[in-house]
Design a binder for this molecule. Structure first.
Ligand SMILES: Nc1nc2c(c(=O)[nH]1)N[C@H]1C(S)=C(S)[C@@H](COP(=O)(O)O)O[C@H]1N2
Ligand SMILES: [Mo]
Length: 343
């Protein structure tokens, strides 16, 4: 596990060497000349022709390149109960954004002759020790958004990010972006694999479990000034941060410097892309007194990022995953910035 240093990054692209990493059983060293991707059906009637692709075969097919964020469902998870970590690298750094290059999975399923009427789900499986397996709804594949990717930021994927192949599932939590991808199965119901039964499940206040909460909801964070940083003097500062939504584009970001009493609308820096990080900036003159800095994002569906109080009303406080509440940074009169939570 390693976290992207969001407080030190500019723009929206995460340099590949600074991408966050999450491995359920270490990273895998794969020889691309021996790697295969198999496409099969849960039973023989679901696909006309099961296929096995080599890397060379995949790289001959029509490809696309698209910018998307990836966020682990556990990002900001430590903060559910109270303030847990000092910096935005550790509170929000299971988040990265890249240009991914690959083949839409739909093309491979078309080549294999999938029966889309019956097969409403796909299972993706990784070749690492965890053999990570996740169910993905077929609508996402049919939209053409799900990619079998081999490229990231203009080069081949790095070993830590799934070389030579990973699934890209825009807007969906990181765990579904299966790395070291070796197999896709099509079927008529979710598989409920061990990875889906024990990880990334939300314990709701009524004691029930929410299992397939896969879309990452609208969220934002101010990256400068942020926890652990120090403002050296009063005067002008550019408040800058990142906003994103698994449901589409970011429409607006508001920023408060008084803990949510007053809000001003930030400038969105282009490009503003679908299911991608969006950079925002706003001018601020610090008067040297304590300030509570927050950002609140809204996506193109009109959904507004909640406060902790609003989120806990729906989700309680015993969750681990999928925390997208508004973050607060306290600028103290010394200039030191601290992670705080407002109730
Ligand atoms: N094969 C495989 N795929 C995997 C994982 C894994 O452990 N094995 N981890 C998942 C999780 S939980 C996340 S958050 C992302 C992390 O991707 P990254 O390491 O490229 O940031 O990969 C996902 N895909
Ligand atoms: Mo994850």
């Amino acid at each position: 596990m390693s976290f992207a240093p969001l407080q030190s990054l500019f723009g929206i692209v995460t340099p590949s060497g600074l991408h966050f990493e999450r491995h359920h059983q270490g990273w895998w060293d794969i020889d691309p000349s021996k790697h295969r991707l198999m496409i099969n059906g849960s039973d023989a009637s679901m696909l006309k022709t099961p296929k096995v692709f080599t890397m060379d075969e995949l790289m001959r097919l029509p490809s696309v390149s698209r910018f998307h964020f990836i966020e682990c469902g556990a990002n900001t998870g430590m903060e559910w109960g109270n303030v847990a970590v000092p910096t935005c690298q550790y509170s929000h750094g299971m988040l990265s954004c890249s240009e991914f290059t690959g083949v839409p999975l739909k093309i491979l399923l078309d080549m294999a002759g999938a029966d889309y009427k019956r097969c409403r789900f796909v299972l993706a499986e990784g070749a690492d020790g965890s053999s990570m397996t996740r169910t993905i709804p077929m609508e996402m594949v049919e939209s053409g958004e799900v990619l079998v990717a081999y490229g990231q930021n203009g080069e081949m994927l790095r070993p830590e990010n799934g070389y030579p192949l990973r699934l890209v599932v825009p807007g969906v939590q990181g765990v579904s972006w299966v790395k070291y991808l070796r197999r896709i199965e099509v079927g008529d119901k979710p598989w409920g694999t061990k990875d889906e039964a024990i990880h990334y499940i939300d314990l709701m206040p009524d004691g029930r479990h929410r299992q397939y909460s896969s879309i990452q909801e609208c969220k934002s964070v101010v990256t400068t000034p942020s926890g652990g940083q120090v403002l050296l003097d009063k005067g002008f500062y550019n408040i800058s941060g990142l906003a994103w939504s698994g449901r589409g584009k970011v429409r607006r970001v508001d920023v408060s410097v008084d803990g949510g009493r007053n809000w001003r609308t930030a400038r969105l820096q282009g490009p503003v892309l679908d299911k991608c990080l969006t950079r925002f900036n706003i001018d601020w003159v610090w008067d040297g007194k304590p300030a509570l800095i927050q950002s609140r994002a809204m996506d193109e569906t009109g959904y507004v990022q909640p406060t902790y109080r609003q989120l806990r009303q729906v989700r309680g406080s015993r969750s681990i995953y999928h925390n997208h509440a508004i973050q607060t940074w306290l600028v103290q009169d010394s200039g030191e910035v601290k992670n705080v939570q407002l109730s």
